[in-house]
Design a protein around this ligand. Structure first.
Ligand code: CTP
Ligand code: ZN
Length: 150
């Protein structure tokens, strides 16, 4: 049987594979890719053996910083991050959510001190599967449906 890539190969850059179903647009948004000038390929509702359906984003000539990779993990915990150099896969890793998140996500509580003063947010990750972040200041939970980045 003929096997083809569902989206073209890239020469240099990053592939974000196995994006959680429905999250491709959100990943593009949090990575500020709307005004990126080099090639971007993306696909949604692609067949995946592991997840049924998945999304994929390929960004030419771009490698993401740890903070950006943490953001990807928070909206798409199933994602695999793949770096390509001269058409070869040089890095392939599962995105990871750390035990604590500092200064990346807004606290959902409008009364929280972090929404009123120049205090960076700080959360303890109390559930990595469901994505539940407990604020160290007000103890309110921010969850995957209301995550917003600072
Ligand atoms: N890829 C790419 N450009 C390249 C090489 C790889 O866009 N020059 C993409 C592939 O399309 C794939 C991902 O990077 O989505 C991982 O590549 P590879 O490890 O070669 O693919 P598989 O073995 O199919 O990986 P997996 O089974 O983990 O999906
Ligand atoms: Zn708070």
């Amino acid at each position: 049987m003929k096997k083809e890539l569902q989206v073209s190969a890239i020469k240099n850059g990053t592939v974000i594979d196995h994006i959680t179903q429905g999250q491709v647009e959100r990943v593009l948004y949090i990575l500020n890719l709307s005004d990126y000038k080099d090639q971007i390929y993306f696909g949604a509702n692609l067949d995946s053996k592991k997840y049924g359906k998945k999304g994929i984003i390929k960004v030419s000539n771009k490698f993401f910083a740890p903070e950006e990779i943490s953001k990807i993990a928070l909206v798409s915990p199933t994602a695999t991050l793949i770096e390509i150099r001269d058409y070869e896969v040089t890095v392939k890793k599962q995105v990871e959510i750390s035990d604590e998140i500092r200064g990346l996500v807004k606290c959902v509580n409008p009364n929280c001190i972090t929404n009123h003063e120049a205090v960076p947010t700080h959360f303890e990750v109390v559930n990595k599967d469901e994505i539940v972040l407990r604020c160290r200041y007000c103890e309110k939970n921010t969850g995957k449906t209301n995550i917003e980045f600072v």
